[in-house]
Design a protein around this ligand. Structure first.
Ligand code: GLC
Length: 435
């Protein structure tokens, strides 16, 4: 008896090993909001009624949709998993759910969008995650609250006062069951989001504990994010649109698994007129920064209403791909530097504890030398990662070449750098630590 119990509870444990090795994933926000093309919250931002929003369903026809092209773009960028919005706050479902008629199969396009997507990404070797909105601005039993598009319409609120959140919760649970039983192995379930207090919604409304139990039973090993409003240690933390100063920790100071979710341009859904697209160097630096703090980066794309990725998104992904082609060794399987090892100014460290290689990412290229504190006597060999060319070192802990060592501060090693910055967005020096 006792044995059986242990087996079951370990099967229910989230499988975080692949996740922290992968480090880099693609978020995809795709729904009807790709048509207005001015933010996935457009229904709320412009207080659009469900009747007026209907035109987007009636004209949803992504004729260029080719999920294999998305999957290839993700893979070439170096991404190892993806998380797709099965349903966003607008309520539109990408798959042929039997619990609603607000779904892809009933648009002019007329086909399930999720099945071929899951297959395409799996075929490219990527893991599969489902984002599923807890919020639903289409469902007739979802109680109207302050963030609902008609939340400020007093007459509407009054007319809709009888909405029953328990009926909505049943819908939420039923659809979650569909998602976790009809698409094979699902690696991540990404619920979004809770806002308890006032007329907001939290774990009682979603019946989160019951929901989570079902999720873990249906998909042992699945990773569930932290937005169900439940107490206790979540599988992963999900900071959004900012990079934390340092990785989050639990009350005992132990690092928590985390994944920052970020956008290329501010909006998650396709936004035609958004101008604040991040540069490739900034994007690459963000990836490095996340991993240097022990986190993953889930970078978002918002495909268009025709079903393709626009040129801006493709350029950004290519920027990642070019850098990752030479530097992925400094990302996969890596995390924060060993305790007490601090990166010098304008640099980040990532560290592969298995291979004992420390990666120095130089965000700015200094003249002639860089001094690394705390590494005296600890480095066996150093090379540029992009071309495996040796980087000569001076070590303050050795007596050899005393004249040069005079320039190396105590406890440091000094790396001798070429004047010309290597022709890559962020150069990386691979340091082989003594075993
Ligand atoms: C927010 C937003 C949303 C987006 C999500 C991604 O909670 O509501 O539009 O999907 O963050 O993390």
């Amino acid at each position: 008896m006792a044995k059986k119990k242990t087996a079951r509870s370990s099967a229910a444990k989230p499988d975080l090993k692949w996740f922290s090795d992968a480090r880099f994933g693609m978020f995809i926000h795709w729904g009807l909001y790709a048509l207005p093309a001015r933010h996935e919250w457009v229904k709320r931002q412009e207080r659009i009624t469900t009747e007026d929003y209907q035109k987007y369903l009636d004209h949803f026809d992504p004729d260029l949709y080719d999920p294999r092209a998305w999957a290839r773009a993700a893979k070439h960028a170096g991404m190892r998993y993806f998380v797709i919005t099965t349903k966003h706050h607008e309520g539109f479902c990408l798959w042929d759910s039997k619990f609603t008629d607000y779904k892809a199969t009933l648009t002019p396009y007329g086909k399930d969008l999720l099945k071929p997507m899951v297959k395409a990404f799996r075929d490219e070797g990527l893991r599969v995650g489902f984002y599923h909105s807890l919020i639903d601005w289409h469902h007739p039993e979802f109680p109207v609250d302050h963030i609902h598009p008609q939340g400020e319409d007093k007459a509407f609120r009054k007319a809709e006062a009888k909405r029953d959140v328990r009926k909505y919760a049943r819908y939420l649970h039923n659809q979650t069951r569909e998602l976790l039983t009809q698409f094979g192995k699902i690696d991540i379930m990404w619920f979004d989001f809770s806002y308890p207090g006032g007329d907001g919604k939290g774990h009682d409304d979603w019946q989160s504990a019951k929901l989570l139990k079902m999720v873990r039973e249906l998909q042992p090993g699945i990773i569930v994010n932290n937005r169900l409003d439940l107490p206790g240690k979540p599988d992963i933390m999900t900071p959004e649109q900012y990079v934390p100063i340092e990785g989050p920790r639990d009350e005992k100071g132990k690092p928590l698994a985390w994944e920052g979710c970020q956008t290329f341009s501010g909006s998650w859904g396709y936004h035609r007129d958004e101008a604040s697209w991040k540069s490739v160097p900034m994007l690459v630096e963000m990836l490095i920064d996340h991993v240097s703090k022990g986190g993953n980066l889930l970078m978002n794309v918002g495909p268009t209403g025709r079903g393709n990725l626009d040129q801006r998104a493709l350029n950004s992904l290519k920027g990642y791909g070019d850098w990752m082609a030479l530097h992925s060794r400094a990302i996969y399987g890596c995390g924060a530097a060993p305790d007490g090892v601090q990166a010098p100014p304008d640099c980040r460290y990532t560290y592969n504890a298995k291979t004992k290689r420390l990666y120095l990412h130089l965000l700015a290229w200094p003249f002639g030398a860089v001094h690394l504190d705390g590494l005296a006597g600890r480095v066996e060999y150093a090379q540029l990662l992009n071309d495996a060319s040796e980087i000569r070192m001076r070590d303050s802990s050795t007596e050899v070449n005393a004249a040069l060592n005079a320039a190396t501060p105590q406890g440091n090693i000094t790396l001798e750098l070429p004047v010309l910055k290597p022709d890559v967005v962020v150069p990386v020096i691979e340091l082989f630590l003594n075993k």
